[in-house]
Design a protein around this ligand. Sequence first.
Ligand SMILES: Nc1ccn([C@@H]2O[C@H](COP(=O)(O)OP(=O)(O)OP(=O)(O)O)[C@@H](O)[C@H]2O)c(=O)n1
Ligand SMILES: C[C@](O)(CO)[C@H](O)COP(=O)(O)O
Length: 244
Amino acid sequence: MSDSEISRPVWAVIPAAGSGSRMGTAIPKQFLMLQDKPVLAHTLDRLGLHPRLRGIQVATAADKAQWNAVAQHVAPLTRDKLLPVCVGGESRAQSVLRGLEALDAHADPRDWVLVHDAARPCLRQADIDALLQALDAGAEGAILGAPVADTLKRVDNCVIQETVPRQQLWRAFTPQAFRLGSLRAALSAALRQGVEITDEASAIERAGGHPRMVQGHTDNLKITLSEDMDMAAIILVGILAGEN
Ligand SMILES: Nc1ccn([C@@H]2O[C@H](COP(=O)(O)OP(=O)(O)OP(=O)(O)O)[C@@H](O)[C@H]2O)c(=O)n1
Ligand SMILES: C[C@](O)(CO)[C@H](O)COP(=O)(O)O
């Protein structure tokens, strides 16, 4: 792989069109205020402030007021990197694909794209660096994750059926980084086949790829339940203090 192949521009696609049903709030969780600004604004700044990020494509179902509230809260450096938003889809995978299709107007298929959940605001610059280092080292793609640290049980109707061996089991986080063209093709194929895709790596794996797993911080929390908001606020204070 030539150097020009490896050091391609880096973009981000942020799926932000979910309804947050598990959160149980009237406002989708990515638009809830977390400390001083919406969750999505924190997430966008985590990526926007990274020097290698060229541009950010958000896929959302937000109304104009919700999106304006986010855009007003992000740092000027982030705002300069925001591409025109596109409308998300019925599923996370469909939202990601729409974001990739919108990004096509700005990027080359060989460029890198980091797909990152809007609901994961506690992303460290060091973890973005680690992911990009894997790409710079020649990986076809890479995702952040961490080894499973708990004993795992398979449960049916609240009754334990078995203990699942956890050797070599990891939790997959985001960002998940791939070449724009490869990911768009793999995701399109998986969706056409009607396969349930919950992360980008699984679409790449279905297409025969073997992405690298990069160990990241376990506090890269995906805000899912209402109790996650307080935890995210505490984590974010620590991360921002440590990075300033
Ligand atoms: N149709 C969808 C569904 C989800 N997402 C995004 O994908 C990320 C991870 O999904 P999840 O945590 O499941 O969000 P929701 O689908 O909103 O949550 P829930 O499953 O509780 O409804 C979130 O940033 C969410 O906004 C999206 O862009 N489009
Ligand atoms: C992409 C992801 O965050 C990796 O763990 C996860 O699959 C998203 O799942 P969700 O049910 O759409 O939140």
